[in-house]
Design a protein around this ligand. Structure first.
Ligand code: ASP
Length: 445
């Protein structure tokens, strides 16, 4: 046990992930779906597969994701109020907001343009003969005016309970600004929020330490049920999306980081590993917010006054990985259905996908719902989504890891350009290690 404790959190998560994969595949081989390996239980006779996968692993995985999500709203509220209070000049907020949104939109537009370019080069849908057997209902793309109006909560408690991130952000910012303006009373409130922030961050640390087990459960469930046969016709599509995601994460981000912040990108990628693994296993940038925020502040050295704003905002509006999938999927579906898209159609795809990502929370599978809007805009059949849905889960996980990497990169650039960044922490390999190890011994006393 003590040996396991000395491993880094990243290594422990990777072990959990790999063990989940192996166990899942083993169960799939030993007890395929519907196997009659039944164990008599007190409540009902259950097949062993159902007991392990639908029972133990599923319960463990769901509890892990629910616990992460449980922290999101309180953490964003408390840390954003703290962040706003510590900004010397709250009039800077407008400029920071503009810069952040601009960078988020820019990286998303680069991502989708590049993805469509690769897809057009490789033509993953050419010669593929498939029929869509799933119907997929499209949702209308919200207008920009609607998105802006809906950012303002008429009832903050409703916004909190629904987890409507943009509304939570707006309320927290206004609350933070008023706290700064409220003199002595504001100072007392700010001190209280600082203490709350410490406590919630502890909770995040505890959860991070349980992550290897949670990740194990999620992977075991996924890989017991994963049907490899669905990959057949879609393997080229799958690989093109993966290649574009990896290129964006390992080439585009490092180049942007170097050019705009002059920082060593290798350090960035190394320090992103644990956060990317969280995002990968939960497939939700929203649920990963606590971990991304920890990484941006404690490991990368961005001041909380910036990160508490840019990280939750990014988890909501910045989805480069999702845009990449949408770019490739649009080209793929057009090719399968033999539809020729014009240059203006491609521009339309870039615009819709970039705008559709605003206001759509980062939760599993939301990318496909947004894809329906994109396909609608250029007159492609929405049923096309039925073609790719079978291989989407693993792509969803990978693109979520890219999404949170993009959020963190933009956070660093904003922190650096606003002088809210500690380069020593960034360059220090051991920074933030304390959040990876928690000692529960004092609880025994
Ligand atoms: N799961 C992704 C996220 O949470 C969104 C998506 O692409 O479906 O960032």
């Amino acid at each position: 046990m003590s040996n396991i404790k000395t491993l880094s959190l990243t290594t422990r998560i990777i072990i959990g992930m790999f063990a989940g994969f192996v166990i899942g595949q083993f169960l799939q081989w030993l007890m395929p779906d519907g196997s009659d390996f039944v164990i008599p239980l007190y409540i009902a006779d259950l097949s062993l597969r159902d007991f392990l996968v639908g029972g133990v692993f599923n319960v463990g995985g769901e509890i892990f994701v629910a616990s992460l999500r449980m922290l999101v709203v309180p953490l964003v509220f408390v840390s954003l109020v703290c962040g706003t209070c510590s900004l010397q000049d709250t009039t800077k907020l407008g400029r920071i907001g503009g810069k952040t949104i601009g960078l988020y939109l820019l990286t998303t537009a680069i991502a989708i343009s590049f993805a469509m370019f690769i897809a057009l080069l490789v033509s993953p849908g050419e010669g593929v003969n498939m029929s869509a057997n799933t119907s997929f209902a499209s949702r209308e793309a919200p207008s920009l005016a609607q998105v802006i109006i809906q950012m303002f909560p008429s009832n903050p408690f409703a916004a909190f309970s629904e987890g409507n991130m943009l509304q939570v952000i707006v309320f927290s910012l206004l609350f933070g600004i008023s706290t700064v303006l409220a003199g002595d009373a504001g100072k007392r409130i700010a001190a209280f929020f600082q203490d709350m922030n410490e406590v919630i961050m502890r909770l995040v640390t505890i959860l991070m330490n349980l992550a290897p087990y949670g990740v194990f459960c999620l992977m075991a469930t996924l890989f017991t049920d994963l049907a490899w046969s669905t990959f057949g016709n879609l393997i080229v599509y799958f690989l093109v999306v993966l290649a574009a995601l990896f290129t964006h994460a390992f080439i585009t981000y490092p180049v942007i980081l170097k050019l705009m912040a002059g920082l060593n990108p290798i350090i960035f990628l190394k320090k992103m590993r644990a956060t990317a693994l969280f995002a990968f296993s939960t497939a939700s940038s929203n649920a990963t917010i606590p971990v991304t925020l920890e990484a941006a502040t404690k490991k990368m050295g961005v001041n909380n006054s910036i990160a508490s704003f840019t990280v939750p905002l990014g988890a909501t509006i910045n989805m480069d990985g999702t845009a990449i999938m949408q770019g490739v999927a649009t080209v793929f579906i057009a090719q399968v259905f033999n539809v020729d898209l014009t240059l203006s159609d491609y521009l339309m795809v870039i615009l819709t996908a970039t705008l559709a990502s605003i206001g759509t929370a980062g939760v599993p599978g939301v990318g496909l719902i947004m894809l329906a809007m994109v396909l609608d805009q250029v007159g492609l059949p929405v049923e096309g989504i039925g073609l790719i849905i079978g291989v989407d889960r693993i792509l969803d996980m990978t693109r979520t890891a890219v999404n949170v990497t993009g959020d963190t990169m933009v956070t660093i650039i904003i922190g650096k350009t606003e002088n809210q960044f500690d380069e020593e922490v960034y360059n220090d390999e051991t920074a933030g290690k304390e959040i990876e190890e928690i000692d529960f011994h004092h609880l025994d006393k």
